[in-house]
Design a protein around this ligand. Structure first.
Ligand code: GLY
Length: 376
């Protein structure tokens, strides 16, 4: 991965500003567990301790600690990680998003400090995730049932991002079961989620008893069969991560296939819509998709020879530069970085800050600067 001098200057400036801003935000956040923000100040979702995004502020803290070595940030990160124990100790609060919750918190802590408490949390979360594997369908069940909605046979593309919890558990324990389950799920995802044109599904429903395919669902995208952009980003980064942990060529091929589709659909503005199929006059955007895709594209570029990988690196830098120039909040008195994220196409609100957008934007800039820790 070699940046041009202009790309290097951009990467350094954007990272320095992001680190300075988030470091200030840390003091203001205090005990909060942020999800979105009001008037530029992170909100508090500690009442919903099982929400899938609750690991990301912990990830911001550990990444900041890794670059600043500021002990007060490490202490905050350890305290934040302990807050999630209320979730870890409640079976009904656990689902496939154990990876999103405990890789940026306990996982990052374990990488940096080898804390036994962090290792214990990581392995508990990994064992629970492995327990969601459906043997007949060879997939990891995504969500728990919501009210009367039966999700026993539902798998979602996002789950690829949770698989590194299993790869890491195998690395730590020397027990191959975790990795075997992760690869079985990744193989099922490659077969059932990735379409011929390189785009991917959000949800695939299987019969939970026989494991046979039932139907696809549009999920957080515009409709069944459309191309939810964050789902495409999870696919790019998720398959790249499975490649990094296994070196299985099928995973990098799937990551590249989705990346090529994604790059062919980036609008001229380089700002990412919520769905690549949404009407041209719809202004719904998802900065999170851009930041996650950038992370995946950078890893792809690192895994491939320069002659092939450079186009992925250039696309990643372009996405990040478009965020920096157009949507990053530069107000020193605000906590947030990205301002135009959307949880899903068919929700009421769009184009607002979401914590994981900020996390992945920071992670992508750290990658470009060869800094930070690799938590996945
Ligand atoms: N993992 C859920 C989402 O991307 O919204």
């Amino acid at each position: 991965m070699t940046l041009t001098p202009e790309q290097e200057t951009f990467a350094k400036t954007a990272l320095d500003e992001a680190v300075a801003k988030l470091t200030k935000a840390v003091a203001r956040v205090g005990e909060k567990v942020p999800y979105t923000a009001h008037d530029g100040i992170y909100d508090d979702r500690s009442e919903n301790i099982d929400w899938w995004t609750n690991g990301f502020f912990g990830g911001i803290l550990w990444q900041l600690y890794s670059v600043t070595q500021d002990e007060s940030i490490r202490e905050k990160a350890v305290a934040y990680e302990a807050k999630l124990d209320r979730c870890l100790m409640n079976d009904t609060m656990l689902d496939h998003d154990n990876g999103f919750k405990w890789l940026p918190t306990a996982g990052a802590d374990y990488i940096l400090t080898e804390s036994e408490a962090a290792k214990n949390r990581l392995l508990l979360a990994a064992s629970n995730l492995m327990g969601r594997f459906n043997l007949n369908g060879r997939f990891i069940r995504a969500w728990n049932d919501w009210g009367t909605d039966d999700h026993r046979g539902w798998a979602i593309i996002d789950c690829l991002m949770n698989l590194p919890l299993l790869y890491r558990a195998s690395d730590i324990t020397g027990d191959p079961r975790f990795k075997q389950v992760a690869m079985a799920h990744a193989d099922t995802a490659a077969k059932n989620f990735v379409r011929a044109d390189g785009s991917c599904e959000h949800i695939v429903e299987f019969d939970p008893r026989t494991g046979s395919f039932v139907r696809i669902r549009g999920g957080q995208g515009m409709k069944d069969g459309s191309a939810w952009t964050r789902g495409q980003s999870w696919g790019i980064y998720g398959f790249a991560l499975s490649y990094m942990h296994t070196k299985s060529p099928a995973y990098i091929e799937n990551s590249r296939k989705i990346a090529d589709y994604y790059m062919a659909h980036i609008p001229e503005s380089k700002l990412i819509p919520v769905d690549f199929c949404q009407p041209a006059d719809c202004d719904f955007e998802d900065d999170c998709s851009a930041a996650i895709a950038a992370c995946g594209l950078i890893e792809l570029s690192k895994a491939l020879p320069d002659a092939i990988g450079d186009k992925y690196l250039d696309a990643a830098v372009d996405l990040l530069k478009a965020l920096y120039d157009n949507t990053v909040d530069k107000d020193e008195n605000h906590d947030i970085l990205l301002t135009r994220c959307s949880a899903s196409y068919n929700e009421e609100n769009h184009n607002y800050p979401i914590i994981y957008g900020d996390y992945y934007y920071l992670e992508a800039l750290l990658k470009l600067n060869n800094k930070g820790i690799f938590i996945w």
